[in-house]
Design a protein around this ligand. Sequence first.
Ligand SMILES: Cc1cc2nc3c(=O)[nH]c(=O)nc-3n(C[C@H](O)[C@H](O)[C@H](O)COP(=O)(O)OP(=O)(O)OC[C@H]3O[C@@H](n4cnc5c(N)ncnc54)[C@H](O)[C@@H]3O)c2cc1C
Length: 413
Amino acid sequence: MTWSPRRRLRRGETVWAGDSGTTVPSRPLPSTVVADVVVVGAGISGALVARALRLSGRDVVIVDRRRPVAGSTLASTALLQYELDVPLYRLARQIGWSRAKRAWQRSARAVADLGDIVRADHLRCQFTSCESLYLAGSRYGRRALQYEVESRQRAGLSAHYLDGRTLREHYGIERTGAILSAGAAVAHPVRLTAGLLRRSIRAGARLFHDADIVDVQRARDGVMLVASEGRVLVANHVVFCSGYEVPTIVPRSTHHILSTWAIAARPTRPVPAWLRHTIVWEAATPYLYLRALPDGRLLAGGRDERSGSAHTDRRRLPRKARLLARDVGAILPDRSVQVTHAWGGAFGESTSGLPLIDRLPGHSRAWVVAGFGGNGITFSVVAAQVVSAAINGTPDPDAALFRIGTHLRSPLT
Ligand SMILES: Cc1cc2nc3c(=O)[nH]c(=O)nc-3n(C[C@H](O)[C@H](O)[C@H](O)COP(=O)(O)OP(=O)(O)OC[C@H]3O[C@@H](n4cnc5c(N)ncnc54)[C@H](O)[C@@H]3O)c2cc1C
């Protein structure tokens, strides 16, 4: 596959920008707001948390320093996987089999739950169930993948090992092996998030932009949030769904922020039929992930850098796009692509590979949600369930898996 830059390449603009169905009405934050729960961040995490709280009858205010859906969610390629970045057998070594198994099972349930939400709310967001093909690579070879399949099957999860020959015959891919699993999905992340936010607003939630939260203080039976220009929000609870802009009070040792890049590209020949219902990713460093868009284009990403700001450097973009197009060619040979969009973004990686869903240190009514890793959106679903259960006084049985202490105790680096 070759890189064939189009003259009208949309540099830095994500493939979703400007699509229909992505607008959300919002207002500037007034000087004072009182609410039951304030959700900071109008991305997919904030949208799901707000939905869960709204359904339990809470008065919800959502605030964002930018316009709605302008953070990582706008950059996301929205492969919705239950497979964590850390293989089950490796996570079991770190946090024990029982907890690792529960984390993986919970992730699998979350993708299914998101499908239920999309159907229940009639969201038109291209949500489509599909299979996941995890290719052996420089990080985990075929033996590790075989072992991983045994572990997943022992946990009752869908996973089948494909040897190199089967992979070549069925997919035309040259690798020593792969894991094929059911239970994944893809979606249009901005339509999904915008649809959820619009429904919450219709049901009474208030959404304010231009609301940069600069401080959180304990107040009598609640919290007081200070926004820029001295504006104030008073609430019983606050949930920070601020994406990679994790509140500084959260220990830095729990996570780090990376830069990543993605492209949308039109292949000169139609994508193989299997790719229309399969997402592909690889156990390699650097890694690539790949999926098809409904219009036949390819969406691919990876080429991460261990810097939270590298993605803002526009000069890096053409090279990253070229490399990603080349990486696609290594998986799907004999096709050239025309890159139509190339963009970068930030995402977080926790030391355990699990999301961070906990109260802010020293605060009983302030929560932080950070759905780290390649499963960010899947983890946002779990976060909404865990946080809404806690706020409603019925703690989630898996909550302890995602506490800040779990990440501190279980470094995987
Ligand atoms: C290129 C790329 C590809 C990705 N691909 C995938 C993928 O295929 N599958 C997947 O599951 N995940 C993927 N991710 C990760 C996924 O996009 C994120 O996990 C997810 O979008 C995070 O959503 P969020 O709502 O938590 O954060 P965001 O969407 O970043 O929203 C947070 C919001 O909080 C606001 N905010 C922050 N701080 C404050 C403050 N102090 N006051 C007020 N507002 C504040 C921000 O303005 C922002 O709008 C990808 C990420 C990138 C960058």
